[in-house]
Design a protein around this ligand. Structure first.
Ligand SMILES: NC(=O)CC[C@H](N)C(=O)O
Length: 385
């Protein structure tokens, strides 16, 4: 509910330009500063909050009913929520879903994440579109004491995501094996027992469902930390290398990830490589292209992307604030997918090698064309190698 007349606000969102939104706090108390984006998906708030690519960002949900299906232990994309905070129109009602195991507010509180309800998210979304993803401070105080000038100053002091390497913060500490497959009725998550190809997946902030898709497509997955060297990766003798999604500025990984990818490509011309999101951007950088910061990025589950080679349009799930500049793709690298919203690059491949990547989330993209075919393409390239 929005605040009623005379009710004291218990949460406050302050943008760096001085715009203030008041509402009702839920989740953890305290204050956080981050970049503010908006996500247009109608479902999946738990997956969004636990997508490691949201590190350093507060998410505004344009869909008004958030929290109404509760939370459950199966839908986390990583162990901890990673988005810094959430902004919603209605504060959550009692959860109603057969899979619900708890309330969003408690779940956020136990994970130290702040949320504000009762915000005019349409107005806020328009502001984000107009000024570009702003820096913001979000505070929750049950007593309703907010020092607005100090919050605006802290929002202004937030350094932003340009030049920021966050992949190192969210990567795994140690390597591990992954064999869990995609969720299916009625068995839930089954294990892959007949994997055909050994794949090394580099974790820059990998979502679990991407690893599940690799397993479902027939991969025996070994996950390595972001700092893995080309030598360490090739020592596993993989049939293919996967580069995961992740947070922050892809160009800020130039000290380790980009040179590692370049070295793998130089040493093994035959090796299939598949990248998603941050993995896509870093692959493009390794091949010699550049990336740019977008105005307000793409965050949602209804983004139309055209496969240039087949002419088919996929309705995709996305979460990115940087993009590959397709004008900078070198010879031998072609653009394969393009956003039908703004023409920005959404996929590349090497013309003479099984090396390709996409900007969107094929593990979470809804119909009409299931984007799972990209995982099958990766496996087909390993079959052919
Ligand atoms: N989903 C992702 O991997 C995001 C990639 C990158 N951090 C961006 O914002 O563009």
């Amino acid at each position: 509910m929005p605040l009623s007349h005379g009710q004291k606000p218990t949460a406050c969102l302050a943008l760096a330009d001085g715009t203030i939104f008041y509402g009702k706090g839920f989740g953890a108390t305290g204050e956080t500063q981050a970049e503010l984006c908006f996500n247009t998906a109608m479902t999946g708030y738990q997956e969004i909050m636990t997508d490691p690519s949201y590190a350093g960002q507060i998410v505004t949900f344009t869909f008004p009913h958030v929290g109404n299906v509760g939370v459950n232990p199966e839908d986390d994309e990583t162990a901890d929520p990673v988005a810094d905070g959430m902004v919603v129109k209605w504060d959550p009602t009692e959860p109603s879903n057969w899979r619900s195991a708890g309330e969003l507010s408690d779940w956020l509180a136990s994970r130290g994440r702040i949320a504000i309800g009762g915000v005019d998210t349409r107005r806020l979304t328009r502001a984000i579109r107009q000024q570009g993803a702003p820096h913001a401070a979000l505070a929750h105080d049950p007593e309703g004491n907010f020092d607005i000038a100090a919050m605006v100053a802290r929002a202004r002091a937030f350094p932003g995501l340009v030049g920021k390497d966050l992949a190192r913060d969210v990567t795994c500490a140690q390597s591990y094996r992954w064999d869990e497959m995609r969720w299916a009725w009625p068995q839930g998550y089954a294990r892959q027992e007949n994997a055909r190809h050994k794949v090394v997946a580099i974790d820059y902030g990998a979502k679990r469902n991407i690893l599940r898709c690799l397993a479902s497509a027939g991969c025996d997955v070994t996950v390595l930390p972001a700092s893995a060297t080309a030598e360490e990766i090739l020592a596993h003798d993989p049939a293919g290398v996967f580069l995961s999604n992740g947070p922050g500025d892809p160009a800020a990984t130039g000290a380790y990830a980009v040179p590692m990818i370049r070295e793998v490509l130089e040493k093994r011309a035959d090796l299939p490589v598949f990248g998603i999101c941050l993995g896509h951007q870093m692959l493009a950088l390794a091949l010699g292209a550049t990336t740019v910061k977008m105005n307000h990025g793409h965050h949602g589950a209804n983004h139309p992307v055209k496969d240039i080679e087949t002419g088919k349009v996929e309705i995709t799930s996305m979460n990115h604030g940087f993009a590959v500049d397709s004008q900078t793709l070198p010879a031998g690298v072609m653009e394969t997918h393009v956003s039908l919203f703004d023409g920005s690059n959404c996929g590349i491949r090497m013309t003479d090698r099984p090396v390709f990547s996409v900007q969107y989330h094929p593990e979470a993209s809804p119909g009409p064309q299931d984007s799972f075919y990209l995982f099958e393409r990766f496996v087909a390239s390993m079959d052919a190698a």
